[in-house]
Design a protein around this ligand. Structure first.
Ligand code: FAD
Ligand code: FES
Length: 276
């Protein structure tokens, strides 16, 4: 096992961008490159405070620096949100199982994101966009609470910079003045009226809050996606990140080691699948 899984590599916070009132994207530059694959995660250590797992939101083709999109929810994330450009953090990783991206070749890929879940999906998205010719079609369906809480708003509103090459649709739970897009839950824009897809052999990838993943998965199954072709990025409280402490157990799996990416087929039997 690599030393970087035990010992954090020092990294400097190079840039901090506000995405929404409670989500920021941090660009960090480690003292040595950290190669990762889309879907893998790192443990980010804040000296004297603690560490927490995050999935990079930047392209996996870049290892010299890494972007991580972080929502404040508690001790470590609150502290990270007070940090400044030039401050130091530590990075352990990468850890866990990535998306099986070679299996996606020549297929239609539907990316479904909710809230901050689009951070981890952006890394996959950038990997797909860099080799667009390998995929039949890429569709994005994203839901946020309000227009102000849409993450990567510019990129999403402008089709991730690819013009008509991608089919992107956003929805918000509650509209606000100036919002002309759809209003309603993410499951609505997965309905036939808003999503023309080849469900029987398409790949669907989802990341977001557990309740959104639960109802989103039900909708995808109803639309005809096969459980083995629905990929979920699971999040649980973690500690060691390397399959030793048991904190992240999901039935016979450890999310840190066997996941965080699972096909729905692998985990569907677990009655605690959608627990927070
Ligand atoms: C593989 C993986 C990838 C992740 N990627 C991202 C990411 O890209 N961006 C991001 O913003 N967050 C991500 N998370 C969630 C992030 O790790 C938690 O928000 C963070 O650990 C909270 O730490 P804290 O010290 O700030 O909060 P705490 O003080 O530990 O807890 C605050 C609240 O959040 C809950 N909580 C703590 N950890 C988690 C967790 N892992 N999942 C769900 N609830 C939790 C606690 O039960 C508590 O209610 C990821 C989690 C995992 C497991
Ligand atoms: S976090 Fe320790 S076993 Fe997964």
């Amino acid at each position: 096992m690599s030393a970087t899984l035990y010992m954090p590599i020092p990294a400097i916070i190079e840039r901090i961008e506000d995405e929404t009132p409670d989500i920021k994207t941090f660009t960090i530059r480690p003292v040595e490159p950290i190669p990762f694959a889309a879907g893998q995660f790192v443990e980010l250590a804040v000296p004297g405070i603690g560490e927490a797992p995050f999935t990079p939101s930047s392209s996996p083709k870049i290892s010299e620096y890494m972007e991580i999109t972080i929502m404040r929810t508690g001790r470590v994330t609150d502290w990270l949100h007070t940090m400044k450009e030039g401050d130091e953090v530590g990075v352990r990783g990468p850890m866990g199982r990535a998306y099986p991206i070679e299996e996606f070749h020549d297929r239609e890929i539907l990316i479904v994101g909710g809230g901050c879940g689009v951070g981890p999906l952006r890394s996959l998205m950038l990997a797909l966009l860099e080799d667009l010719q390998h995929y039949a079609r890429i569709i994005v369906r994203y839901g946020a609470r309000t227009p102000d809480s849409i993450v990567f708003k510019d990129a999403q509103m402008h089709g991730w910079g690819q013009g008509d090459a991608l089919d992107v649709m956003l929805t918000v739970d509650e509209a606000a003045p100036g919002w002309n897009g759809h209003v309603g839950l993410i499951t609505e824009i997965l309905e036939e009226d808003y999503l023309d897809c080849h469900a029987s052999d398409g790949i669907a990838v989802m990341c977001g809050p557990p309740v959104m993943m639960k109802f989103g998965t039900d909708k995808l199954l109803e639309r005809g996606y096969h459980p083995k072709n629905i990929y979920l990025s699971m999040e649980r409280n973690m500690s060691c990140g390397i399959g030793q402490c048991g904190h992240c157990r999901l039935g016979r799996y450890y999310i840190c080691k066997d996941g965080p990416v699972f096909s729905y087929q692998e985990v569907q039997a677990n009655p605690r699948l959608w627990d927070d």
